[in-house]
Design a protein around this ligand. Structure first.
Ligand SMILES: [Zn+2]
Length: 171
């Protein structure tokens, strides 16, 4: 009788332990990006990806040269993102924003933010990454705030449904 009870306790403790490990140490979702079409902005694109890799744990952005989840290109218009679904789609580095003085790393992390499921919030605040160009050209902050980071963590923890959406980031 005593033995049987002990085994039951050990078994349930093991089940609990497996459950906790599965939740807390789930592998981050890896998203690949190909920025070979981003011209002179390769480094800025990489810095934007690095910002997110330093900010969240549930998703990882990895640069590739072949087929990718996210494609980054450049043209002479405003930056914009075309989100197919969470972590899938493309964004464009727009020279018009760069020429007007907007920070290239902030643009990059902002556009990656759209691919990670964040919408525009034109608050005018530099502390908000998703305020985009509304924060003005003096804003060089490329980092998501606490709320934006938590939102992305939750998006990938729950695999939330996102898109299709297009975000045009004209000032
Ligand atoms: Zn935007």
């Amino acid at each position: 009788m005593f033995l049987r009870k002990t085994i039951a306790v050990v078994a349930s403790a093991a089940a609990l332990s497996v459950g906790l490990v599965g939740t807390a140490e789930a592998a981050p979702r890896t998203l690949t990006y190909n920025s070979s079409g981003a011209g002179e902005f390769q480094a800025a694109v990489d810095r934007g990806a690095q910002v997110w890799n330093n900010s969240v744990v549930n998703v990882r952005l990895v640069k590739v040269t072949g087929a990718a989840n996210i494609t980054v290109t450049v043209d002479n218009q405003w930056p914009r993102a075309y989100v197919t679904s969470l972590g899938r789609g493309r964004w464009v580095m727009g020279r018009q924003a760069v020429n007007e003085g907007h920070d290239t790393t902030r643009i990059s992390s902002h556009e990656f933010g759209h691919l990670l499921g964040l919408p525009d919030r034109r608050t005018g605040l530099c502390t908000d990454l998703m305020s985009g160009a509304s924060a003005g050209t003096s804003c060089k902050n490329p980092n998501p705030n606490t709320r934006e980071k938590a939102e992305v963590e939750a998006n990938f923890r729950t695999a939330v449904t996102v898109g299709p959406s297009t975000y045009v980031d004209a000032a």
